[in-house]
Ligand binder design. Structure first.
Ligand code: NDP
Ligand code: ZN
Length: 353
């Protein structure tokens, strides 16, 4: 089969691979809609998870089931399914302890385009199909459905990490496609004032549509100074991070109230350490917590979030700025993600049979 892969650090290209083999609990799908992720860019061009050779990229998409293992109960050939970016082993100890995304070891639930071939292939292997696939509701077009693999579940996880409450004042750092979903999630979780940090006009428009109340630019001085100025020096209850770098945590601590929390879903592609400013952290006694995590994955999670889309709570179609038709356009889509032209939020490739 044909697939689009990381050939090595800083290198991508088309390769031929064997069609994956379906185990008794697994499913094989062919792609219907695929999207590249900024994480693919960190992986290839920043070497963030180390070198990989001929690793098929991609972990976001909707697919059609073409084969199921003999022990799969709930899916059949022809089903159109959301393929979650995170596909845990649900019988692992970590999953039973409540952290399926770390099944088998840290980040072990993140298999596609990390520890096994991703979804940018003519055939895609999904482990534990009953636990990991979710039927795409017929009301959701496949291109929008592809936003449910990663953008929606990751974005909403930021508020879960920081435990956003009704009436919280919240800063969302970064309003790319992930940060925009963080904004929507925080609004649904009850944010009162919501400062969104970013500069691209397209993204600003969607942030406002999703419920941001104030827009800040990190290019106009430190974010924490702007936030402290606008809150009479008090700061905010929660800082949700979906952009920036290792230094963003320093700023986040400075703009949090005592008792506040950070929820980070940013993938830190470079830098060795995160610094915490001692005094602003209450010299160790400020009750300012840092929570950072990979989204959960799994079928029920996908079904619940898809239901929120069906019932109009979230409209992830606003993220899609570039649409391609045909599997061969995967390369164009990922290069757009790498180059980040100002008008880009998220590209999607649809595949017709
Ligand atoms: P984008 O690159 O599209 O967006 C990044 C955002 O951060 C932009 O709004 C950008 O502003 C802003 N930004 C850039 N530099 C700074 C800075 N110094 N200070 C503050 N803001 C800054 O990324 P995505 O939305 O696609 O993804 C966000 C992150 O989430 C990525 O690191 C991605 O890998 C990660 N991710 C994590 C997952 C998880 O499960 N935890 C899953 C999927 C993705 P501007 O408007 O100027 O461009
Ligand atoms: Zn992703």
């Amino acid at each position: 089969m044909k697939a689009y892969a990381m050939l090595g650090l800083n290198q991508t290209g088309w390769i031929e691979k064997d069609r994956p083999v379906c185990g008794p609990l697994d499913a094989i799908l062919r792609p219907v809609a695929l999207a590249p992720c900024t994480s693919d860019v960190h992986t290839v061009w920043e070497g963030a998870i180390g070198d990989r050779h001929d690793l098929v990229l991609g972990h976001e998409g909707v697919g059609e089931v073409v084969e199921v293992g003999e022990l799969v109960k709930d899916f059949k050939v022809g089903d159109i399914c959301i393929m979650p970016a995170i596909t845990p082993d649900w019988s692992s100890g970590e999953a039973q302890d409540g952290y399926p995304q770390h099944s088998g070891g840290m980040l072990g639930g993140w298999k596609f385009s990390n520890i096994k071939d991703g979804v940018f292939a003519e055939f895609i292997h999904v482990n534990d199909a009953d636990g990991n696939l979710a039927l795409l509701p017929p009301e959701i077009p496949p291109e929008t459905g592809a936003m449910l693999s990663d953008m929606v579940p990751t974005g909403l996880h930021a508020s879960e990490l920081a435990k956003v409450r009704y009436g919280d004042d919240v800063v969302v750092v970064g309003i790319g496609p992930v940060g925009l979903m963080v904004v929507r999630g925080a609004v649904l979780a009850g944010a009162a004032r919501l400062f969104a940090v970013g500069t691209r006009q397209n993204c600003i428009d969607v942030a406002l549509a999703y419920g941001a109340t104030d827009i800040l630019s990190y290019k106009e001085g430190p974010i924490y100074e702007q936030v402290l100025d606008m809150t009479n020096g008090k700061g905010v209850d929660k800082v949700l991070i979906a952009g920036g770098d290792v230094d963003t945590f320093d700023e986040a601590i400075r703009m949090l109230k005592p008792g506040g929390a950070i929820g980070n879903v940013n993938y830190l592609g470079s830098g060795d350490y995160i610094k915490i400013p001692r005094e602003e952290w209450g010299v160790g006694m400020g009750h300012k917590s840092i929570n950072a995590g990979l989204m959960l994955g799994g079928r029920r999670r996908m079904e619940r979030l898809a239901s929120m889309v069906v019932h109009g709570r979230i409209d992830p179609s606003l993220l899609i700025t570039h649409r391609f038709e045909g599997f061969e356009h995967i390369e164009d889509a990922i290069m757009l993600m790498k180059d980040k032209p100002p008008e880009l939020i998220k590209p999607v490739v649809s595949i017709k049979y």
